[in-house]
Design a protein around this ligand. Structure first.
Ligand code: NAI
Length: 425
């Protein structure tokens, strides 16, 4: 099968430099794009059914369509590449950043042209040091060869691009917190609306797209929307980077048709469970998604199908729970992360998450009470959508609410036995 996003990438090797990237056809899509009207590029992306790969799956062209166009549009306009990948279990953008930075830069330039942005930022996770070096080098090469700066490739279009290394907090990946961080403010999320498309960075129209989303754009422009849709096994166009971690034989990352069934990814690509371990459940899209159990193993891994199965595709990088891992301990670990990463801006999030962490900690250490289950359940409702400024707390509630549903016996055993049944003592 075709792997447009990863065909240039050999893990562990240096990424293609500019000459190698060009030799493989790189920047051909940009040349083509500059000969098209911005509206034509937006139409091609709309036709392709590309949905955002950061986790929420918002249709990319629809997002772009909210940006004011025309001579009277507020300037400057911005395009920000969200490369602050920090969802637990998620390491897909890292592969694209380290493996083929010119593909990302070409995607950013074309996308910026489509909305007529003047300035682009790559907002990169602090811990991705190798990616920072490689992206920086690729930006310098792109400037030197006329792909960035004034009058790109002799056209009327100009774009400046900057690499910004994040402060290293999970909340910096939330698009409005990210914009505050770029402005030099504390990374608290902003209320939406207004959405960044109309009032983003310094109050100007701004598109925030993820790395994987932007890497798809050159391929859509070059090979067409119909080709892109034909790569997929579902209504969402293209391929998807899927990952698996946990006690499977072959944990890793694969570019596969969008809509590849969960079972196929787990059994054929991840090699099935390691000997001596049984599958109990999976968080299909990073930590902030609901568990899916064996009854849903045949679900197609696309946005709508996973939602129908009671969870979300999220980042598509799954975390697998086995029968020798304590689900309460796993959730404690995840909720500890979310509590630690709460920005403290809204009370349900900072107070609720640290309370959840404390209750789970007590349960793991034999101090659980029968009333704790109801308390945890009520917290998952209090932290649900609409009660907080951003998706951090609702995301943190997802694995917990589904964990309480699917692994209730395990919670009860902790309370009745006054210990963790998986603990050796
Ligand atoms: P969201 O659904 O609020 O927004 C998604 C995108 O669509 C945003 O760019 C937003 O501006 C746009 N949008 C949504 N509704 C809109 C409307 N009515 N009008 C105009 N634009 C609209 O989700 P959010 O908070 O941006 O992202 C949450 C997702 O991020 C979660 O699903 C989670 O899976 C994922 N995530 C990914 C991480 C990573 O490392 N890749 C880290 C943390 C979360």
């Amino acid at each position: 099968m075709e792997t447009p996003l990863t065909h240039n990438i050999s893990p562990g090797r240096e990424p293609p430099d500019l000459a190698q990237y060009e030799k493989a056809g790189g920047y051909g899509a940009l040349r083509k794009a500059l000969g098209m009207a911005p509206a034509e590029i937006q139409a091609a992306v709309k036709e392709s059914n590309l949905r955002g790969r950061g986790g929420a799956g918002f249709p990319t062209a629809q997002k772009w369509s909210f940006v004011p166009m025309g001579d009277d549009a507020p300037r400057p306009k911005y395009l920000v590449c969200n490369a602050d990948e920090m969802e637990p279990g998620t390491f897909k953008d890292r592969m694209l950043l380290e493996g083929d930075p010119h593909q990302l830069i070409e995607g950013i330039i074309i996308s910026a042209y489509a909305i007529q942005a003047d300035v682009a930022y790559v907002f990169l996770r602090w811990a991705y040091k190798l990616a920072a070096r490689r992206v920086e080098r690729a930006i310098v090469e792109a400037y030197r060869h006329g792909y960035l700066g004034k009058n790109i490739l002799g056209s009327a279009y100009s774009l400046e691009m900057h690499l910004h290394v994040s402060a290293g907090r999970y909340i910096c990946g939330e698009e409005t917190a990210l914009l505050n961080a770029l402005e030099g403010k504390r990374a608290n999320p902003r209320a939406k609306p207004p959405y960044p498309q109309v009032s983003g960075l310094w109050g100007k129209p701004t598109i925030v797209n993820s790395v994987e989303t932007l890497c798809n754009v050159p391929h859509i422009v070059k090979q067409g929307a119909e080709w892109f849709r034909s790569l997929s096994r579902s209504d969402d166009g293209g391929t998807k980077l899927y990952g698996a971690s946990g006690r499977v034989k072959n944990p890793g990352l694969w570019e596969l048709p969008m809509g590849t069934p969960l079972r196929e990814i787990l059994e054929e690509h991840a090699g099935g469970m390691r000997d001596g371990y049984q599958f109990r459940g999976v968080l299909p899209g990073g930590a902030s998604t609901d568990f899916v159990t064996a009854e849903h193993l045949d679900v197609a891994m696309d946005f709508d199908s996973v939602q129908k199965a009671g969870s979300r595709l999220g980042t598509g990088t799954m975390i697998i729970l086995d029968d020798k891992t304590c689900p309460v301990g796993m959730l404690l670990n995840l909720e500890h992360f979310f509590a630690q990463e709460s920005c403290g801006w809204c009370t349900p999030c900072w107070s609720g998450l640290s309370w959840i962490e404390q209750i789970l900690q007590d349960m793991e250490e034999g101090r659980g009470r029968a009333s704790d289950l109801e308390l945890l359940e009520s917290h998952t409702r209090l932290l649900g959508p609409g009660h907080t400024f951003c998706a951090l707390a609702p995301g943190a509630a997802e694995p917990l609410q589904s964990g309480l549903k699917y692994f209730r016996d395990d919670f009860e055993r902790h309370i009745h036995e006054k210990r963790c049944p998986w603990s050796p003592t």
